[in-house]
Unconditional design. Structure first.
Length: 100
C-alpha cells in the first residue's frame, strides 16, 4: 500500500474528502518525524512505537567492484510494533493471508 491508496481507503471508510485525509496524514507524519528528530519516542497505543536509533559506522562491500568500503554512521527511525499488532500480523501469516 502506498500513500495514495491509504488516503483513498481512509476517505472511503469515513466518507471524508481525500484532500482532508491527505492533510491529516501529512500532519500526523510530520509530528512523528519532529518528535523523533528531537529524540522523543513516539508511542501509538495499540499500534507501536517509533524511536530514533544510532547506526554505527560499519564495513560493507561495493557491489560493482567487490571492494571493501566504510559506511558512515547514521540515524534510523525504528518501528517496534505493539503486542496487539504483532499478534494480528502473526495470525494473518499463519493463515497465509500475507506472505512476504
Amino acid at each position: 500500500m502506498n500513500m495514495a491508496e491509504l488516503i483513498q481507503l481512509v476517505a472511503v471508510e469515513h466518507g471524508v474528502a481525500k484532500e482532508q485525509v491527505r492533510t491529516i496524514l501529512e500532519s500526523a507524519f510530520a509530528a512523528i518525524t519532529a518528535s523523533a528528530t528531537g529524540g522523543e519516542e513516539v508511542s501509538l497505543y495499540g499500534f507501536g512505537r517509533f524511536k530514533l536509533t544510532d547506526r554505527p559506522e560499519r564495513q560493507g562491500l561495493n557491489p560493482a567492484t567487490g571492494e571493501t568500503i566504510t559506511i558512515a554512521a547514521s540515524k534510523k527511525l525504528a518501528f517496534i510494533p505493539a503486542k496487539t499488532t504483532r499478534e494480528t500480523l502473526s495470525a494473518a501469516m499463519a493463515k497465509g493471508a500475507a506472505a512476504p
